[in-house]
Design a protein around this ligand. Structure first.
Ligand code: ZN
Length: 296
């Protein structure tokens, strides 16, 4: 899938790096992130500092926002512990209540998580994080080391932005979002589509409800995207598995119109379920999307 990027987002960059970036972004294999090597090459050729380059990438990330309700484009860039650099942007789904939206910080964090990262070194955002996102980030593995960079500001820690915070430790929970905890749910279902949803379930973070859950979305092209549930100590900033999968497909250049079918797999003994919201959100996107439900 090739993503066309509006040329205006390159205007503020030196021409040689703009060309290198454009080639990377428009490569058929670009799925919304740079490997550590690609990013390092960009940085070396840019004559910019690491922070300056990440700030310069923000308009490109923001151009990926899917925000027909607000028309407010928020972009985020995160560097994972591996050195890979990820894009994130806000998502709003027309016709669906605002509780189902995804903020750019949630987008970039869940993006890095789904691609195997177990922590984030720094996050760069074009607007100051809202209270919801500060709380969402407070769940992260290694949050004490996270640097939060905004344009024209010094780097902050989450402690600077969310002093006297409430978090997992207040509920006696040791697990953190993005840590390497794995669950061991299994099914004899042979379909690789269903197995992808179970795989997503097995890395989900749900220490408060035990609603370990995962979604797999199949597109008309046959490509499959996964999403794992990211729960939060304060409950409301929790990010449903469907949104995590939708985020990945949008950042890869696909559209919601490309979704053909979905699988939701979740723990049968949990105190909550994502079934009703998964069905109703997909129904609003396209009533023809089929939903398979697996309770394990
Ligand atoms: Zn936010």
């Amino acid at each position: 899938m090739t993503i066309k990027t509006e040329s205006c987002v390159f205007d503020h960059l030196p021409s040689d790096i703009a060309k290198q970036l454009k080639d990377l972004l428009e490569s058929e294999h670009f799925t919304g992130h740079f490997t550590a090597e690609q990013y390092s090459n960009l940085l070396n050729n840019s004559n910019l500092s690491d922070t300056e380059l990440k700030l310069a990438l923000l308009p490109i990330a923001a151009s990926r926002a899917y925000c027909a309700i607000s028309n407010f484009h928020v972009g985020a860039i995160a560097e994972g512990n591996s050195g890979s650099v990820y894009f994130g942007a806000n998502i709003e789904i027309p016709g669906v209540q605002l509780g189902q939206t995804v903020h750019a910080e949630q987008s970039v964090i869940s993006h890095a998580w789904m691609k195997g990262e177990t922590g984030i070194k720094n996050i760069t955002i074009n607007y100051t994080p809202c209270g919801h996102c500060r709380q969402f980030m407070n769940e992260l593995n290694g949050i004490e080391q996270l640097a939060i960079q905004l344009p024209n500001r010094p780097a902050y820690t989450l402690q600077d932005l969310l002093p006297d915070s409430f978090g997992p430790q207040d509920l006696g929970i040791k697990a953190r979002l993005m840590d390497s905890t794995r669950h061991n749910y299994q099914s004899s279902e042979a379909s690789s589509f269903i197995q992808q949803a179970i795989k997503a379930l097995n890395i989900s973070h749900a220490p408060y409800t035990n609603n370990h859950s995962g979604v797999a979305l199949m597109l008309t092209s046959g490509e499959i995207f996964q999403g794992s549930y990211a729960e939060n100590a304060a409950f409301n900033p929790s990010l449903p598995p469907l949104q995590v999968a939708i985020n990945l497909l949008l950042l890869s250049g696909y559209s919601l119109d490309d979704i053909q079918s979905a699988v939701l797999a979740e723990n049968s003994k949990a105190t909550i379920s994502h079934l009703a919201e998964t069905q109703s959100t997909l129904e609003a996107i396209n009533p023809d999307i089929t939903v398979t439900y697996l309770s394990l």
